[in-house]
Design a protein around this ligand. Structure first.
Ligand code: WTA
Length: 704
């Protein structure tokens, strides 16, 4: 079926695109003057002709024990190997090699959620001591060795990067599970990775509450046992050394406070193990809620080179900067852009324990002012939340950012502008960094000094990566055509994951099978499939419209959820919006919108009609939502993504499924009561929802 929308031909296999072109914004001369990458010829260096050797620039930022002989071995696609023959250690590269020049420089300033509590500030020298002593403990007491996997379930404490680096020093692959996840979710990941040691913390603060975290370790061990894996040792870091912060008892012979053991290792040093470039540095599980999570396996050499290169040139970190990535280390953003990338370029970073709006939404700006933060990095969900809760707060504090990052989902142009004007005070260059757990580092973003910003659009492919948009048949959609399709990357790059741990077939199926010529040995026949839908402008800038699975198909029109949400956000009262499909006997699906409002606006202020009008006007009457629900909040994952699956289930009266990985599970019942009571009152209970629609809804927003 082919239909016309705004003059652009849209077939069922395509996703409609209705974005208005935004104006380009250039960074200030002072930013350009100091940037790490200000060479206007850099794109030539990274042109396809120079691939793959161009990536030497990144690998040469590291210290290698043995230099590699082959930059890329692509003989077994898609299992690409980078810097083959090279040997190195990630812990050495992040810590030891900085001692001579930066030993007394701050590595981390850890900030407690409790505002009166003192910071913990550690230099590179102190980091080195902590990493060595803990590595000695791990080796001699916990008995872990090169090639093992160890699961971590830690909150945002200094000991988390110390633990990661100590394991990396020994060549042990770490698998950090986001601290907010349940014990059972941690247990499943222990089983999948076959870990026999669990490293955790006793307690941490969240929104002013000291939460018992140790209890989750007990649950994780039970869950792992059900899956056939016995955890021999649980090592527990303490929130307050030598003080009980959790009421959960320690299990004799299994659980140990690290603090009690460490004194035996004082002064011990452990040589970093020299590892082949493709030695697995860590696993990071993607956040599926019903499908089995995928353990994305990242390498030592390729990953670290990519994290270092992108931290230097895209995050623009210099050793003298004060860098703050306000994200959780339990997410890939924290691995690449709090730990491995920044430390490999000798950054001084802020590590923040808590939530950004505790005790009030001025907190991040007070921290920035006090510590002199000049590079700030966060996610659209946080930006929206701070805009909702404290739109005028940034102006009250005397901080100045030179650079800001947004990451994790498409940012609506309205929100982008608030970030730029109010948080950045019109002074900071913004990079909208598009990437995935799987990609190790940025794959789409502007070079901050060289390429102008465009609100809502991440920019071109990152250096050395050539994005291509393919239609369902694998034909290239030309940039500038206005049509959307599947965003793919046409070439390999060093940061990409190596495989799904224990399941190489699923790796090939998920990321390559759709378009690969499976009998070809040429990497050109193996485009990487992101699973995101998007468009590319004539200028090469990408716009992500959402996960391909999150598209709502209304009478043959595939509408990207992000487009609907961006349109809703043009209504002044709206602070957050989510679009979901509701079953409709006539049209197949109709979009329903869920919105929450900025303070000072009431649900009775005609917002629902304004949202309907905005969507009809910006996208077209076909997209007009059947209902607009104004709710007090929306269900979100711990990394801040709106769980559309949950609200889609509510709209369609089907089971909401597992909500244990939400950051605010209590909102689910509230929304359910509100929406379903209203629908019952209107006689709008969906009847006979077909099985395939139920399955589609269960997949909605599933993988990310
Ligand atoms: C989405 C997070 C638009 C996208 C680093 C991707 C984005 C998924 C952006 C990966 C961005 C991430 N603009 N969309 N700047 N960044 N996404 O694995 O759908 O948690 O596939 O990695 O988030 O999420 P993940």
């Amino acid at each position: 079926m082919a239909e016309k929308t705004d003059g652009v031909e849209v077939s069922e296999a395509q996703i409609a695109s209705h974005w208005k072109e935004e104006d380009l914004i250039h960074p200030s001369i002072s930013f350009i003057g100091q940037a790490n990458m200000a060479n206007p010829k850099i794109r030539e260096h990274f042109s396809s002709d120079n691939f793959p050797e161009s990536f030497r620039l990144y690998a040469d930022l590291l210290d290698w024990d043995q230099y590699w002989h082959t930059t890329l071995d692509s003989s077994e696609p898609p299992f690409f190997k980078w810097f083959v023959g090279g040997k190195l250690n990630a812990s050495y590269n992040c810590v030891d090699r900085h001692l001579a020049k930066h030993g007394n420089k701050v590595a981390f300033t850890w900030v407690s959620e409790i505002e009166g509590e003192p910071d913990r500030v550690i230099s590179y020298r102190e980091l080195w001591v902590m990493v060595n002593e803990f590595a000695a403990l791990l080796k001699d007491f916990a008995g872990v060795k090169t090639g093992d996997r160890v699961t971590l379930h830690m909150p945002m404490v200094l000991e988390l990067p110390v633990t990661m680096l100590a394991l990396a020093r020994l060549g042990v692959t770490h698998s950090q599970v986001f601290g907010g996840f349940s014990g059972a979710a941690c247990g499943d990941r222990i089983v999948d990775s076959d870990s026999h040691v669990l490293i955790t913390s006793d307690a941490y603060y969240r929104s002013g509450q000291l939460l018992d975290h140790k209890i989750k370790a007990d649950e994780a061990v039970v869950q792992a046992e059900k899956g056939g894996v016995k955890v021999d040792k649980v090592l527990v870091w303490q929130r307050y050394a030598a003080k009980a912060s959790s009421p959960t008892p320690m299990v004799e012979g299994r659980d140990y406070f690290v603090n009690d053991l460490l004194s035996d290792y004082r002064g011990q040093r452990v040589d970093p193990v020299s590892l082949p470039a493709d030695h697995p540095l860590f696993l990071m599980y993607t956040s599926g809620t019903t499908a089995k999570p995928k353990g994305c396996q990242h390498s030592t050499g390729g990953y670290l080179a990519y994290a270092a290169g992108t931290s230097k040139f895209y995050q623009d970190i210099h050793p003298e900067d004060v860098y703050w990535c306000m994200a959780d280390i339990g997410w890939i953003t924290g691995h690449s852009y709090i730990v491995y990338g920044p430390l490999s370029v000798a950054a001084s970073s802020v590590l923040f324990e808590g939530v950004p709006n505790y005790p009030d939404p001025g907190r991040p700006w007070r921290i920035a002012e006090r510590l002199g933060v000049n590079i700030f990095h966060t996610a659209p969900t946080t930006i929206r939340m701070l805009r909702k809760a404290g739109p005028d707060e940034p102006a009250k504090y005397d901080y100045h950012f030179k650079h800001m990052t947004t990451v994790g989902e498409p940012i609506e142009p309205e929100v982008w502008r608030w970030y730029y004007d109010v948080v950045g005070k019109g002074e900071a260059a913004i990079v909208d960094t598009y990437w995935q757990t799987e990609t190790g580092g940025f794959i789409g973003t502007t070079l901050p000094a060289l390429e102008p910003m465009k609100p809502g659009s991440c920019g071109p492919g990152a250096l050395g990566i050539v994005p291509v948009i393919l239609d369902e048949d694998g034909n290239k959609i030309e940039p500038g055509s206005g049509k959307a399709g599947n965003i793919c990357m046409s070439n390999p790059w060093p940061g990409r994951m190596q495989t799904i741990y224990g399941d190489p077939e699923r790796f090939v199926d998920t990321y390559y099978a759709k378009y690969a010529k499976s009998d070809s040995k040429d990497w050109r026949d193996w485009p990487y499939v992101t699973g995101d839908g998007g468009t590319q402008g004539a200028d090469g800038y990408l716009r992500v419209v959402g996960r391909v699975d999150d598209v709502i198909n209304v009478a043959g029109h595939r509408l990207g959820t992000k487009e609907l949400e961006s349109a809703a956000l043009t209504v002044e009262a709206v602070s957050e919006a989510a679009a979901v499909p509701a079953f409709d006997e006539l049209k197949g699906r109709v979009p329903e919108m869920y919105v929450s409002l900025k303070p000072g606006f009431g649900a009775d202020s005609g917002v629902d009609e304004q949202v309907r009008q905005a969507i009809s006007q910006i996208i077209g009457p076909i997209a007009r939502p059947s209902h607009v629900w104004v709710t007090s909040d929306l269900p979100k994952t711990r990394s801040g993504k709106i769980m559309r699956r949950v609200i889609a289930s509510i709209s369609n009266f089907i089971d909401v499924g597992d909500t244990t990985t939400l950051s605010n599970p209590e909102i689910v019942e509230e929304i359910q009561r509100q929406v379903q009571t209203a629908k019952v009152g209107l006689g709008k209970i969906p009847q006979g929802v077909p099985q395939e629609v139920i399955q589609e809804i269960m997949r909605f927003g599933e993988e990310k």
